[in-house]
Design a protein around this ligand. Structure first.
Ligand code: SF4
Length: 420
């Protein structure tokens, strides 16, 4: 039985054939997909260079394969016009599922399937294309291929470790978070800080006796009272400590990388470069390394300086980002390294700080005096590529860094510094 889809209500998208996803991702293929592509007989077609492999083995088992990349990093099937050769010759349904899905995400939501988007696609970040409901038919086809049997039985994400509610109660919490994230009567920074306070309260809450209507009451009390937890003048929030800044730089460095793990396997030279970059981020003195494409090194100190005003367009982008990620529950549970809501919410707030840090880096690298919407939109595509997808972000180091930043009460100071 196919479950109803819950679509993001505020997101547009159509493919604008930029080819970016065919350069950034590692496409693992199932045995069936590999056999299908082999039956298309590409080596004999003369369309690929004679010495170009089509598949590369993953891991040591010899059982997993991904599509190979060309020397410039593009997928083996991406042609000079930026189009997919498989799609052009044999039709869209014959492409690997991972290609057909991007940039959609499908996550279980009890008796529904939550649809989200990956903002690493520039058209998603720019909100370009058809209203999501207009893509409904494509989504239904994909849903049949992607949603496993038994999805309706998957339990809701925990609220905090050991605290789990029913799906309906979990939706009450998530909807309250989305209401706050989308309340544009408040400045963006204030909404982020209020969400941070709520993350802290959810991390401590015990839900044994709180179910049904009481969950809604609790969330309303939180939403009503959280504004009073913050100072009137956010300028009075202390600057981040040097340890907080160090932790944040290391955190941001994970998102500043262009790769997830494709290049990391390639050579010792690449690994050495990563190691040197990691030392540089930890030291935080001198200049940043050259890491994300197009971002030249800049003095670290410049990234702590103000970037400029947040324009309504920038506010709209981040508000939409937060709402889509919260609505689709892409920030917690199975969609986000099985992290509870409170922990995933903190990671979501920190990635917004990373967006602005990268936006500062980009305009400083260009020798400009202020950030623009394009700087922020580009930063969103760079960092969201990793959020929920890079294995490193689900690891112990990343998670304990988020926890430490919360325990040291550094998330609010860092957000204030990054967003101003
Ligand atoms: S198979 Fe086609 S759609 Fe998939 S990554 Fe390669 S070029 Fe892009």
């Amino acid at each position: 039985m196919s479950l109803p889809l819950q679509l993001p209500t505020i997101q547009n998208w159509s493919c604008h054939v930029c080819g970016g996803c065919c350069r950034k991702h590692e496409i693992e293929v199932t045995p069936e997909e590999k056999a299908r592509i082999e039956s298309q007989n590409w080596p004999a077609s003369g369309e690929l260079p004679a010495d170009q492999p089509v598949f590369v083995a993953m891991g040591r088992s010899g059982k997993r394969f991904r599509l190979a990349h060309q020397a410039d990093g593009a997928c083996v099937f991406l042609n000079e016009q930026g189009l997919c050769r498989i799609h052009a010759k044999f039709g869209e349904p014959t492409k690997p599922l991972a290609c057909r899905m991007f940039p959609y995400t499908f996550h279980p939501g009890g008796k529904r399937i939550l649809v989200g988007y990956r903002f690493s696609c520039p058209s998603v970040a720019a909100n370009k294309g058809k209203l999501v409901a207009a893509n409904d038919r494509d989504l239904k086809t994909l849903q049949n291929d992607t949603v496993p049997e038994g999805a309706a039985k998957i339990p809701a994400p925990q609220v905090s470790p050991g605290e789990q509610l029913s799906w309906p109660d979990t939706f009450v919490i998530v909807e309250a978070l989305e209401r706050l994230a989308g309340d544009r009567s408040k400045p963006l920074i204030r909404r982020l800080l209020e969400l941070n306070v709520i993350a802290g309260l959810l991390a401590q809450a015990r839900f044994e006796k709180i179910h049904g209507p009481r969950v809604g009451e609790l969330m309303q009390v939180l939403l009503d009272n959280v504004p009073h937890e913050l100072p009137e003048d956010l300028g009075t929030i202390p600057k981040p400590s040097s340890l907080g800044r160090l932790q944040f730089r290391q955190h941001a460095a994970q998102y500043a990388r262009r790769d997830t793990f494709v290049e990391a396997r390639q050579s010792w030279a690449f690994r050495w470069q990563l190691f040197r970059a990691a030392v540089s981020y930890a030291m935080g003195s001198g200049k940043t390394p050259q890491m994300p494409s197009g971002y030249a090194p800049v003095p670290y100190a410049d990234l702590d300086l103000p970037g400029g005003p947040i324009t309504p367009e920038m506010d709209e982008l981040i508000t939409r980002y937060l709402r889509v990620k919260i609505q689709s529950q892409s920030f917690c549970g199975l969609a986000f390294y099985e992290q509870p809501i409170a922990e995933g919410l903190r990671a979501l707030l920190l990635v917004v700080g990373v967006f602005f840090w990268l936006a500062k880096w980009r305009f400083r690298a260009d020798g400009r005096t202020e950030w623009t919407f394009d700087d922020l939109a580009h930063a969103v595509t760079v960092a969201d590529h990793h959020h929920g997808y890079s294995p490193a972000l689900g690891g112990r180091t990343f998670r304990s860094r988020v926890r430490q930043l919360a325990e040291m009460e550094q998330i609010a100071p860092l957000l204030v510094q990054m967003l101003t």
